[in-house]
Ligand binder design. Structure first.
Ligand code: MLT
Ligand code: MN
Ligand code: ZN
Length: 302
């Protein structure tokens, strides 16, 4: 787990909500967190896939020495990059990787590719530096592999969510704007589901979750009106593509229905979310339900 916070990180630079000010001045029992990203290997620690490239990527690389094996004057253990959407918190970090000695190999869906060449032309900009070798990722569950990262089988499932605010089709979503990833370990056959942006559950997603040994799911907001209540925004969680944890039909109800052996972890946690406060009743409720809150540096072995 390179970064477990949502866009803005925790604390967010300009935010004085109870959580941000509390973690900033040390009065809140909470860990700071960087923005949403994970690194995945199939068992060989010299080969990693970066899933999403957060604006905090440089700090995340520094904090995870395994990603810098130093076999050559310029080196990285990141063999490929997989994007689940085109949101800024998942793509701005690509610009920080421009010194790469070879083109960045990036797996993304067609709508995300379109957004990253037009609405926010990061790929066009990178063409003037290391370049991008884009690999098509279908959002219909077709299996793919990330070259150079052995021992893993990948699938992407379209989920309902939102394209980034800059996207020409922000208000008219298409399949593939957001995907969940299903990663299967080639040796054990065990699966992990990764979905940092998820606003509703459909049949393929629910089936994938039920077959997983571990789920890393959208933990952005505790309540639908959280941003309104702290005065940060006029928008509800669901309106911006995130299923809140509490309330009817919320994430906790879904997690409750998963098979007992499944490890449940909330990721992409917004800085306003009370679950970040380890002394909060919401944090205690998660503990009671066996639901974990991701933190930067968490290692998961399937
Ligand atoms: C989101 O997950 O809704 C976005 O990343 C928000 C943002 O761009 O800050
Ligand atoms: Mn986000
Ligand atoms: Zn805040």
């Amino acid at each position: 787990m390179l970064g477990s916070a949502a866009g803005g990180g925790f604390p967010q630079w300009n935010c004085n909500c109870r959580n941000c000010s509390g973690v900033r001045n040390g009065t809140l029992r909470a860990r700071p967190r960087t923005q949403s990203s994970i690194a995945v290997s199939g068992g060989d620690e010299r080969q990693w896939a970066l899933v999403n490239a957060s604006p905090d990527i440089l700090a995340q690389l520094k904090a995870n020495a395994v990603l810098q094996p130093a076999r050559a004057p310029r080196d990285t253990a990141i063999a490929g990059i997989v994007l689940v959407d085109g949101q800024l918190d998942h793509t701005v970090g690509l610009l920080m990787l421009r010194e790469s000695t070879r083109a960045l190999r990036i797996w993304c869906t067609d709508p995300v590719y379109a957004d990253l060449t037009r609405g926010n032309p990061i790929f066009e900009i990178l063409a003037h530096y290391c370049g991008v070798e884009r690999r098509e990722m279908r959002s219909d569950g077709a299996e793919f592999a990330v070259d150079g990262v052995d021992g893993l089988r990948w699938r992407a499932l379209a989920v309902t969510g939102k394209a980034a605010p800059y996207s020409p089709h922000r208000e008219s979503p298409v399949a593939g704007d957001n995907v969940a990833l299903v990663l299967r370990d080639g040796a054990s056959g065990r699966a992990l589901v990764y979905a940092p942006g998820l606003v509703s559950m459909d049949e393929p997603m629910w089936r994938a979750m039920q077959g997983a040994a571990c789920v890393l799911l959208d933990g952005t907001f505790w309540s639908d009106d959280e941003m309104i209540r702290v005065g940060a925004s006029a928008k509800r969680a669901r309106e911006i593509g995130h299923l809140p944890q509490s309330g009817p039909g919320g994430m906790l109800e879904w997690l409750e229905k998963l098979p007992a052996g499944c490890r449940r972890i909330l990721i992409h946690v917004n800085n306003t979310n009370p679950i970040l406060d380890e002394g909060s009743p919401e944090h205690a409720e998660l503990a009671r339900r066996g639901v974990e809150v991701a933190w930067d540096g968490l290692e998961i072995e399937l």
